[in-house]
Structures are given as structure tokens and as C-alpha cells.
Write a protein that binds this ligand. Sequence first.
Ligand SMILES: Nc1nc2c(ncn2[C@@H]2O[C@H](COP(=O)(O)OP(=O)(O)OP(=O)(O)O)[C@@H](O)[C@H]2O)c(=O)[nH]1
Ligand SMILES: [Mg+2]
Ligand SMILES: [Zn+2]
Length: 307
Amino acid sequence: MIGRVLEGYGSSYSVLIGKETYSCKLRGKFRLELKDSYNPIAVGDNVDVTMIEDGEGVIEKLYPRENKISRPTKSGALKERIIAANVDKLVAVVSTRKPDLKPGLIDRILLVAERESVRGAICINKWDLSGGGEFDEIVGIYRKLNYDVYTTDAVNGDGVDELKEALRDRFSVVIGQSGVGKTTLLNRIIPGLNRKTQEVSDYSYKGKHTTSYVSAVALETGGMIADTPGFRNFGIWGIKREEMAGLYREFRELEEDCKYSPCTHYHEPFCAVRDAVGESVSELRYENYRRIYESFDEEFPDKVEYK
Ligand SMILES: Nc1nc2c(ncn2[C@@H]2O[C@H](COP(=O)(O)OP(=O)(O)OP(=O)(O)O)[C@@H](O)[C@H]2O)c(=O)[nH]1
Ligand SMILES: [Mg+2]
Ligand SMILES: [Zn+2]
């Protein structure tokens, strides 16, 4: 039987087959073959399952992935940690306050979405804590680039219906810093889910890392959505520095007018992207680009290659 992985915990997996969820283990031989990866089976994977007893199965086969959203692991040797596979929509969740919105994080997440040809979207949560149109500019920048932007108050529900509608019949993944309200959003979207949420710390407004593993749930409207553990910084896995420029949508249209080809748009003279900053390229996006470009040296020793 073919199923879809909803959750993986240690060597146990929850697999959705039809409308039922089964608890499954990995076939031993299979576990050995895949021992080099941090998590051989990811949430969203399509797998073959053999039932051994009522409600218990064994995963026999992993089907090829259409795409995968990964991060580098921090503990021990640098390895790829797959957050989710076969994703249709990656929703970068940020909050207006508590914690403050960090635009650089949005671009880091969108880079990974672009690299994997996954539809990238942005959810600006805790909209109730903002006022006076202070985030209108940022909303405008990303909408102009054709990214879906949702503004929500997950506690009261404002704006959540629009997000919910956009999740229909897709596999969506919410991702973002700890404390921005990812789980609160899911609890709103899925009545009765009641997953644990926790207020952010009083003095630093940092989240408390409440959600500890990736877990997907099927939606009554079709499709499924995965909650993920929050992070402090989003390390980019699988993108080379030279690839980055091609993943910025608005840069792609300009690159043929740069004098040098390829152009990193970082230091070369007669660069059409740099000339367009403040016009068709927003200062915000270009600043983020420069910062991410500079961060590659620390984050990515040469030995890290994308597999
Ligand atoms: N004012 C306000 N508070 C919110 C909103 N959404 C969530 N919160 C609060 O923010 C805190 C953190 O919410 P969580 O849903 O636990 O955050 P998370 O992103 O899942 O955090 P991690 O699981 O640690 O990654 C909770 O106290 C929520 O009640 C919102 O739209 N407005
Ligand atoms: Mg959470
Ligand atoms: Zn250039």
C-alpha cells in the first residue's frame, strides 16, 4: 500500500494511507542503506507499506522525491536534515512583534523555496501588535514579486480564513522563528487540534522552542499542513553562493543587462541590479541579499556539497 509520512519520531513513523493513519517502522535493511542521512525518511515522503498486524506496518520502499526542504543540522558533523519532502507551498511565518520581524529570514526561506521550485509564501502573524501601516511597505514588496502574503492574528482569527483557503488540496509547511505563532495558526486552522503553544519570554521576546518535531495533519478541505520546530537562524542548505542571484526573482530579469556574466551583483561594476536598487529592486531585498551573500563564508565550509 502506498502512504504518505505525516510524522517521524525516532524509528517510528505515522503514515497516512487513504484516510487512516498507521504506525510504521522502517525495514531493517532499509535503515542500514540510508544510515548516512540525518533522517532517511521525511514528513511528506511517499512510501510503500506492508501491514504486519492491525494498525501496524513496515515501510518497505521510499519513492523518489519531487523536492525537499532542508536545513543543515547543528549537532556534530554538518549533515542535511530534511524538514519535509514533496512540498507544494512553503509558508515563511514571521511576527510583527514578539519576536520582531526579521526580513532577512523571509529571504532565506524564499531562497530555499525557489531552489526547490516550491511555491513560497509569507505569513505576517501577530498583526494585532502592529499599527499605523508600519508593515505595508514590506507586504507591498513581496506581493509585487508575486509571493502570496497573508496578514494574520492567530489568536483572534483575523486573516486566518484567507490562509486556510490557500492551503486547500496542497501539502503546505509552516516554518519560522520560535514564538512567531506557527502552532497557534495551525490550532486556528484545524478546530480541535489543540497542540501545545507557549508565550514568548518576557524580556527577550524569544520563543521557547515549544514544538520539537515536524508533524503534518490532514486537512478537512483536502491536502495537509506541517508544523515545524522554530529556529533562531535559518541556515541554508543546498545552495551555492553563485546560485543565489538566480533565485532572486527580480534579479533574473535584469542580469542580461549586467556588464559581466555571470554577475554576482555584489561587487562588479556596471551592474544592472545595483543600478536598479531603489527602483525595480527594493533596498530591503538588496540589503538582505548582500547580508546573506556575506554570511556564506561562515556558514558553508567548501566541503558542504548538495546531494
Ligand atoms: N498577540 C498575538 N499573539 C500571538 C499570535 N499568534 C500567536 N501568539 C502567541 O505567541 C506565543 C507563541 O506561539 P506559538 O504558536 O507557540 O509559536 P510557535 O511559532 O509555534 O513557536 P515554536 O513552537 O517554539 O517554534 C503564544 O503565547 C501565542 O498565544 C497573534 O497573532 N497575536
Ligand atoms: Mg510551535
Ligand atoms: Zn549584476
